[in-house]
Write a protein that binds this ligand. Sequence first.
Ligand SMILES: [Zn+2]
Length: 411
Amino acid sequence: MTAQTVFYIIIGILVINFIVDKYLDYLNAKHFDDAIPPLLNDVYDEDEYSKSQAYKKENFKFSSITGAFSFVLTLAFFFLDGFAYVDQLARDISENQIIITLIFFGIIMLGSDILTTPLSYYQTFVIEEKYGFNKTTKKLFFIDKIKGWLLMIVIGGGILALIVWFYQQTGKNFWIYTWIFMAVFSVFMTLFYSSLIVPLFNKQSPLEKGELKTSLENFAQKVGFNLDKIFVIDGSKRSTKANAYFTGFGKKKRIVLYDTLINDLETDEIVAVLAHEVGHYKKKHIIFNLIASLLLTGLTLFILSIFISNPLLSNALGVDIPSFHVGLIAFGLLYSPISELTGFVMNHFSRKFEYQADDYAKNTYKSEPLVSSLKKLSKNSLSNLTPHPAYVWVHYSHPTLLERVRNLRKN
Ligand SMILES: [Zn+2]
């Protein structure tokens, strides 16, 4: 196989990926105006419904334009040998392979961030603002951006440097060391994400004593769930959209409720949301996801180790001196159909788990408060009640609202 063939395979993957993605978006958009299923006819009143229609259409238009824009830029970058140019820039600065790798990825990520920042700015301050979701100030938006970069440099850069070092020291076997490191790192992150990363962006405070706390504790006690950490996070400083999640395990496990969720929902609805989250824990979904993602990482790293030393990867991107960093980019692209596939499988499991967690809430608490909380959350985020099944199949990590309500109401 020649470098040129590999180059065109990569271009083919990019093109097919773009077409499939845009076709799914189009299919989904064609069903924006479908009749609302009778089970969900109390979600929106007429005004809110037309607002949700406008919101969906505006987002669709925006993502079509920006998607096409970034697709054209990506192709131009490939055909104009952009990677070779950036590789040369990095090599002019240093001769150390680790530093070259860091500069190479640094330039590529900085470049793409500079291009996408105006888009996310528009999304936040024009679209989200117009529909009343946005609470972020311009100052906070840029502070978030800078914190994100610093985290990326420290954590992302550190991990990347370590992987290159493993590769330099152990050659083909680097994948085993990288894998062990990733395993330790992801367990560490699951345990300490809430206490190390979240505080950089949000304030978390223990839920105050009162009716809500008592109700949540009573439920937890009833199902034998050790709940000593219920936190409220100030999500309202960025957006009106509400959420709740569960993180950590063992002694480190905690439930985090957005302050917006507490504002929007009644006590029994929040207990139902907690019951759902406890369901994820009791059904061992958190452990399953952690192990599945570790196995997938191991598989990917192993396949990477077979191909990474092949100069064809670098040559395909127009770079003469084969290197780990350029090989990594080419590999990532060639591997993307497989990672898409594993993504579908993981989404499939995720949707199954959502039903199980809903069932758990239904069996240990009540189904109606969960139904009404899901409806309120859908209404308050103006979500699409009539998505196309193919779109759901590919993109949704949760079943649709209709499917969840049906499941909760069935005997
Ligand atoms: Zn869930």
